[in-house]
Design a protein around this ligand. Structure first.
Ligand code: ASP
Ligand code: MG
Length: 319
């Protein structure tokens, strides 16, 4: 197995705001170019456009009463607008997702209920649509990019006794290092784009990793690929002593160890999902946090030896 510090793989996770504007997408392309120049193989994992997962939840609710077309039209328009801003023209795959969503909404109206299995499939469409746009844009920027279906990469762990709801909507995945996957990707290309938040179960059905689960998807892939680094790209350049949006004197935490990062994220800080620490901690993969709007700022780095070793309160979170 590849030793992480020499590994060519690097996993970059971009959140919803990072993938919702042309400016941010230009920044993503720039970051990928710099990683390629450094000889690395970047795997981009990204979320749905900001607000779309909530809209898809609304679509499911509205489908029951039959009044779902206005929400569906909003979902479609958001993606069409971004596609046109990105200058990528018609994408037949995107039209297929819209058609499928409409067909499913009518079906739900007819049947009068939504199963957890169907809910997972509908909500997964947010990430599928967004990554279709993202990959098309990166290709138009001249990058040799390959779109991957995350359901062919991540498989949910069987949890006997788990409720159907938990199995479909907040699954956990296996993340043992996977040399076969590393080989498969190395054979296809240099830059990859895939979805956060979604995976498959043993029957091949679509499952979700829980709201905010894209961070966890990135961490699973970093572990499976034996990545050199796992980067989380968001709208703030790291973890702070308090929320920088509400406490202007908040200080950026430059370095943390895995347990400190776990504690801060578990106590309500939104920057990292608490479930994304274990996979990187287990394989000692450094995790760094960056801002897509200020890509040059060095954010928080989380490693095994990270923290400064004293027991002072590092951060204050409000819930
Ligand atoms: N799009 C999903 C959500 O809004 C997953 C994520 O963004 O991490 O929860
Ligand atoms: Mg998040």
């Amino acid at each position: 197995m590849t030793n992480s510090p020499d590994s060519p793989w690097i996993v970059l996770k971009f959140g919803g705001t990072s993938v919702s504007s042309v400016t941010n997408w230009k920044s993503v392309a720039g970051v990928l170019r710099s990683r390629l120049e450094a000889g690395l193989r970047p795997v981009v994992v990204h979320s749905a456009l900001s607000g779309i997962t909530d809209r898809l939840e609304q679509l499911l609710e509205k489908a029951l009463s039959g009044d779902w077309e206005p929400v569906m039209a909003q979902i479609e328009q958001r993606h069409r607008d971004l596609a046109s801003d990105l200058g990528i023209g018609e994408l037949p795959e995107l039209d297929q997702y819209f058609t499928e969503l409409r067909r499913t909404a009518s079906g739900i109206h007819l049947i009068g209920e939504v199963s957890d299995r169907l809910r997972a499939r509908v909500m997964a469409t947010g990430e599928l649509m967004a990554t279709t746009l993202g990959a098309a844009f990166l290709a138009s920027e001249g990058l040799d990019v390959h779109w991957l279906d995350a359901r062919s990469l991540l498989e949910a762990t069987e949890r006997p006794g788990a409720s159907e709801r938990a199995s479909f909507l907040s699954a956990a995945c296996n993340f043992e290092p996977d040399p076969a996957l590393q080989q498969r990707l190395a054979d296809i290309g240099k830059v990859f784009v895939t979805q956060g938040f979604i995976a498959r179960d043993a029957r091949g059905d679509t499952v979700l990793l829980g709201r905010g689960g894209s961070d966890t998807s990135g961490a699973y892939l970093a572990a499976k690929l034996g990545a050199r680094q796992f980067e989380i790209w968001t709208d703030v350049p790291g973890m702070f002593t308090a929320n920088p949006h509400t406490v202007p004197s908040a200080r950026l935490l430059r370095s943390l160890d895995y347990d400190e990062a776990q504690e801060i994220s578990s106590s309500g800080a939104k920057v990292l999902h608490p479930r994304c620490i274990l996979p990187v901690k287990q394989y000692a993969i450094p995790l760094s946090v960056h801002s897509t709007v200020m890509p040059e700022v060095e954010g928080t780095v989380v490693t095994a030896t990270g923290g400064d070793g004293d027991a002072r309160v590092k951060a204050v979170c409000t819930k």
